[in-house]
Structure formats: C-alpha cells, structure tokens
Write a protein that binds this ligand. Structure first.
Ligand code: NAI
Length: 340
C-alpha cells in the first residue's frame, strides 16, 4: 500500500536528520509519497505565517506527519510552532516511549516504560494575566471530557501494545478538585479494562520512585505540565533527549517528532544523531499499519547500537549522520538476506 505522509523537515539539524530517516524508510521498502511543508521561520519568510494553512490542510488530509525540530525564538518573536500545531489539530495525546538502547551509557539500561501526557489543558495552556501590578493569575483548567479521553487513549494503547499496568500521576491530595477530577476520570475508565492494572501515585513521590526504582512503572498517565517535566526526567534515565521518540496524536491526525530541538550548535555539519527521529518514524510506521517494516528498521537500528562500531559524535563516535543511516540500512538488509 502506498502512503501519503506530510513531511515537515524543520530547521537547524531538522533537514539533515529527516533526510536520513526518509532514506531508511524507503530502503525498508515502504512506499511513501512525501508532501513536504515548511513551518516556523522558514514558513514566515515564504508564506508570512509560521504555521501555514496548506500545512494544516495537508496533515488533516493525510492524517499523519513526520516532523523535524523547529526553532522557537526566545523572548520576543513568534510563539512555539510545536504548541501551535497541537492546538490547531487538537493533538490531545502525547506519547513518549522511554527505552534504553544497547551500548549507550545510561542509568537504567533495562528500562522500558511509556509516558502518556494530556496535551491540551492544565497550567501548560498558559492562560495567565496580570490581576493588578505585582499579582499574576495563571489558570489551571481540567475537564472531565479531556481527562476521560486521555485515560481512554492510555488504556487503549496499553491493550493494543500488551502493556500490563497504568499509573496515574497527580497531586490530588492538594489540588483536590482539579487533579481530583483527573484521577476520578482515570478510575472510571479503568473499570472498562479489567485486564490492565490501574494504580496512582502523587507526583513528587512518583519522581523519587522513578529515580530509585523506575522498573515498577509500565505506562504512566499525566496531566500536561507534570507530563512535560516527568517525560524529560524519564528521557534522562535512558541516555537523554537525543534518543527518545515522541508522538502527538488526536482524532484528526498524528504528528511524529523527535523531542530534541534544532541543535543550532551543530546544524549544517552532518553530524547530528538521527536516532530520535528514526524512533519516532518507527512509531509512525506502526501507527499506519506498516508493522513489519517498523520491526525490520528497529532490529537494524538495535543491531548497529549493539555492535557499537558506527556511532555519532553525541554518543562518543565519529560517524556522520549519513554513515549511521547507511549502517542501519545495511544491518536490516543483511538480516533479510540471512547474513549475520
Ligand atoms: P536542543 O535539543 O536543540 O540542543 C541541546 C543540545 O543537545 C545541543 O548541544 C545539541 O547539539 C544536542 N543535540 C540535540 N539533538 C541532537 C541530535 N539529534 N544529535 C546530536 N546532538 C543533539 O535544545 P536547545 O538548544 O534548547 O534548543 C534549540 C532550539 O530548538 C530552540 O529554538 C528550541 O525552542 C527548539 N526546540 C524545538 C523542539 C521541537 O521542535 N520539537 C523541541 C525542543 C527545542
């Protein structure tokens, strides 16, 4: 089956890593027509808008996009394109599998958990205003609708992927109404999935437990702000942001992206590590039903990590982005040909 996928190469190292990921997907035999679109500063220059309507229409039509990182100017300038995309397309679920890779030094080489983060509301929505000079109010909105929908997403995901337990993370002992509602919705939804264990932890304790005994978690479900913080903490447990994948998923479409930024310090040198975007692309392939190709690419990538000869600079090697991609392609092609 031929797929049409929206490709947002992004800026900084974005075009370098996305070109190599596209190359790997095509080498795995997946037939894709890529609809390339720009966002951020590049789009502002060309179309006068950081998030052009053509781009949104393309994702709404194709239902799936692969996205490289996009620079957000600090302080003045335009607001985050990443947050804008989530809002415009109501990508309500943020999914971040956290798993260590062979031969990459990290604290928990055996860790394998998944973070599901509500993406649309909570303090992270940034609804704040000055009440009087010197007093700022920031609104935390939690709704039954959004809390129920994200809980259902988490349980459906766990069922589909054979996960055994979901832990809701909250501060309902203090924020009894808002986090209390989030927890209540989680417990209500859990009743429909009796085969999946459901428990909960207060966010501060959950952070300590993650640092000391992370293997007790399987799927973690969090509101937007706790999810933002805890998912980066988890990336740190397995080697950092440069390696873990991410996806933003809603009813109208899904955007798969690396969680790292545009790395302006190394952009243009061809030395960026494409692993995070490649892992996001593997998630994307599973999402569009290309499970065999996803498995093949994943096994090839794991083989290259296990062998440890071809490594990019960020993880102690000298390989260029393109050399690393070639090694992965060779690894899965050799496996297919029965060569060890
Ligand atoms: P960053 O993730 O771009 O870079 C932090 C450090 O990690 C740098 O030393 C960089 O060289 C390194 N690094 C990141 N990705 C790498 C990769 N794939 N291979 C090798 N090394 C890698 O974070 P920073 O500097 O805070 O942000 C730069 C820009 O990216 C900012 O404008 C920020 O707003 C934007 N950003 C965009 C995101 C997105 O589009 N999803 C996410 C995070 C930041």
């Amino acid at each position: 089956m031929k797929h049409i996928i929206t490709l947002i190469p992004g800026d900084g190292i974005g075009p370098e890593v996305s070109a190599q990921v596209v190359r790997i997907i095509e080498a795995a035999g997946v037939e894709v027509t890529w609809e390339t679109h720009y966002a951020g500063a590049q789009a502002l220059e060309k179309f006068g808008d950081t998030l052009p309507q053509e781009l949104l229409d393309s994702i709404l039509h194709n239902k799936v996009a692969l996205k490289g990182p996009i620079t957000t100017p600090i302080g003045k300038g335009f607001t985050s394109v990443n947050v804008g995309l989530r809002k415009a397309l109501d990508l309500y679920a943020n999914l971040r599998p956290v798993r260590a890779l062979p031969n990459v030094p990290c604290r928990y080489p055996e860790l394998d958990l998944v973070i599901v983060r509500e993406n649309t509301e909570d303090l992270y929505a940034g609804l704040e205003h000055v009440v009087v000079p010197g007093v700022v109010e920031s609104l935390k909105i939690i709704t039954e609708k959004a809390s129920t929908r994200i809980a259902r997403f988490a349980f459906d995901y766990a069922r589909r992927e054979g996960r055994k337990k979901i832990t809701a993370v909250h501060k309902a002992n203090i924020m009894k109404l808002s986090d209390g509602l989030f927890l209540e919705c989680f417990r209500n939804v859990a009743r429909d999935y009796p085969e999946i264990a459901a428990d909960d932890k207060i966010v501060d304790n959950a952070c300590m437990q993650l640092v000391m005994r992370p293997e007790q978690f399987d799927v973690m479900l969090l509101e937007n702000l706790y999810g933002d913080i805890v998912s980066d903490l988890c990336a740190g447990l397995v080697g950092g942001l440069g390696l873990v994948p991410g996806a933003n998923i809603g009813e109208r479409g899904a955007v798969f992206e690396a969680v790292h930024g545009s790395a302006p310090d190394i952009a243009g040198q061809g030395v960026a590590n494409p692993t995070a975007l490649l892992q996001s692309a593997i998630l994307m392939l599973r999402h569009i039903g290309e499970r065999d190709a996803a498995e093949r690419i994943e096994q090839g990538m794991l083989a290259v990590f296990r062998e440890g000869k071809v490594r990019t600079r960020d993880i102690g090697g000298t390989a260029k982005t393109s050399e690393f991609a070639r090694a992965i392609i060779e690894a899965f092609s050799d496996r297919a040909a029965g060569v060890n």
